[in-house]
Each structure stands twice: as C-alpha cells, then as structure tokens.
Design a protein around this ligand. Structure first.
Ligand SMILES: CCCCC/C=C\C/C=C\C/C=C\C/C=C\CCCC(=O)SCCNC(=O)CCNC(=O)[C@H](O)C(C)(C)COP(=O)(O)OP(=O)(O)OC[C@H]1O[C@@H](n2cnc3c(N)ncnc32)[C@H](O)[C@@H]1OP(=O)(O)O
Length: 194
C-alpha cells in the first residue's frame, strides 16, 4: 500500500469518527462557542453570525448571510471571510466529538463567486481521527442546502486542552471568560472525552 504525503489525508490506520454519546441531537442549534468570536459570536457587529446545527453522525450544518461588511471585490464576499465560514463550520464538529481542537491546516477551494446578500449553506463532517489529529471536510452551497457548490475545504484540526486558550490568549479576554462560570463549564466539559 502506498502512503500519502498529503497532510490532509487521514492515514489508512486512522479511526473512523465516533459521535460522542452526549453530542447534541441532530437539528439542535449549537450556539456560539464564544460571544466575541468573529465567525459565530453575537458580540461582533460585522461578524459572520454563523449559526451551526448538529447533524447526523459526526456532521454539522451551518448558515451565514454575506453582508456589505464581508466584501473583497465589489458586491462579492472576500475569500478570507469564506475561509472563516468554512473554518468555523469545521470547528463546530468539536461539539459532536466532545473535544476541543484548533485548526492546524485549512485548504480552501473556491469554485464560484459569492455575491453580497447570498446565504451560504455549509455542511461539514469528520473523516477520521488519529490520536489528537482530526481530519474533516466542508462544503458551502449558494442559496439552498442543495444549491451550487461555491466553496470547499479540507482540514486538519489538532486536539488541545483548555489551557491552550488560557496560556495563549490576551489576559483581558481570558480573565473575562474565566470569570464566566457558564462559559467555563462548557469549555471544561469538553476536556474529558471518555
Ligand atoms: C479561557 C478559557 C477558554 C475558553 C475556550 C473558548 C472556546 C474554545 C472552546 C471550544 C472550541 C469550539 C469550537 C471552535 C470552533 C471554531 C473555531 C475555529 C477554529 C480556529 O480558527 S482555531 C485558530 C487557528 N489555529 C490556531 O491558532 C492553531 C495555532 N497552532 C498551535 O497552537 C499549535 O501548532 C497546535 C496546537 C496546532 C499544535 O501544537 P502542539 O505542540 O500541541 O502539537 P504538535 O506540534 O506536537 O502536533 C501534534 C500532532 O499534530 C501534527 N500537526 C500539528 N500541527 C500540524 C499542522 N499545521 N499540519 C500538519 N500536522 C500538524 C503534528 O505533526 C503531530 O502529529 P504526530 O502526533 O503524528 O507527530
């Protein structure tokens, strides 16, 4: 058997994805992981306000509507904004795995321009898990869940402890989150992944 050098392709002996027994049921809105997150938080006026829902298996769906604040070219979404939407959708898979992970790699593929006013319908699923490495892929479609594909991404997420955020974040924001018991309960719940 040949071994791929592509870091986004799971190795042949990687484990199939396993939906955590406490994962939210299919259809449930996941809610923001952090109010100030540019992609999902309600506290960012020009953010994406991306809303993700649990899907079947280890999958999620998500929607976001491109606004004037998201332009790169006149009337078109910026590619980095679309990458953020894909990244966030993929990151939402953490809820299904009950783990905390960060993006190590994200390879985006832009297939169609996305005009301002478009609602992008995204979906993502985990392909395989290899130790701390989570391989996942995402697709974004224009206008409807079965609309034309505009963007795709393949990704490698790396599992981290909550300490990753505490040690690396700017102290002001970290302290504010540490002072919020609900937020910490949510974050800590993901640390133990039996
Ligand atoms: C204050 C309280 C905290 C509150 C928390 C709040 C929220 C968080 C909660 C939940 C999160 C939920 C949802 C999140 C949703 C969306 C967010 C979007 C996601 C993002 O937007 S997130 C931001 C961008 N992201 C980064 O900011 C990462 C920067 N980076 C690093 O922090 C390190 O780089 C790290 C940690 C990635 C690895 O560092 P490390 O030292 O822990 O691990 P190490 O290097 O040993 O790698 C272990 C194995 O992964 C392989 N590996 C690692 N990196 C690789 C790469 N890039 N390519 C190929 N392979 C790679 C190695 O090759 C090795 O593989 P092997 O085991 O086979 O040897």
């Amino acid at each position: 058997m040949t071994t791929s050098n592509n870091p986004l392709q799971p190795p042949a002996d990687a484990a199939p994805p396993r939906r955590h027994p406490d994962a939210p049921p299919p259809g449930e809105l996941l809610g923001p992981h952090y109010d100030q997150c540019f992609a999902c938080g309600g506290g960012q006026p020009h953010g994406l306000h991306l809303a993700a829902r649990a899907g079947e298996g280890v999958s999620v769906t998500a929607e976001f509507t491109v606004t004037e604040a998201h332009q790169g070219a006149p009337g078109l979404a910026h590619g980095g904004v679309l990458a953020a939407a894909l990244d966030e959708t993929l990151g939402s898979l953490n809820w299904l795995l009950h783990t905390t992970s960060v993006t190590g790699r994200l390879e985006t593929n832009y297939l169609r321009p996305v005009p301002v006013g478009t609602t992008l319908f995204l979906d993502a699923h985990v392909l395989a898990v290899d130790g701390r490495k989570i391989y996942a892929t995402a697709t974004g479609r224009i206008g409807a869940p079965d609309g034309p594909v505009a963007v795709r991404a393949d990704s490698l997420f790396i599992e981290v402890k909550v300490d990753h955020f505490i040690e690396n974040g700017r102290p002001e924001e970290v302290q504010a989150v540490l002072a919020d018991p609900d937020m910490m309960r949510r974050a800590r719940a993901f640390e133990v992944n039996p």
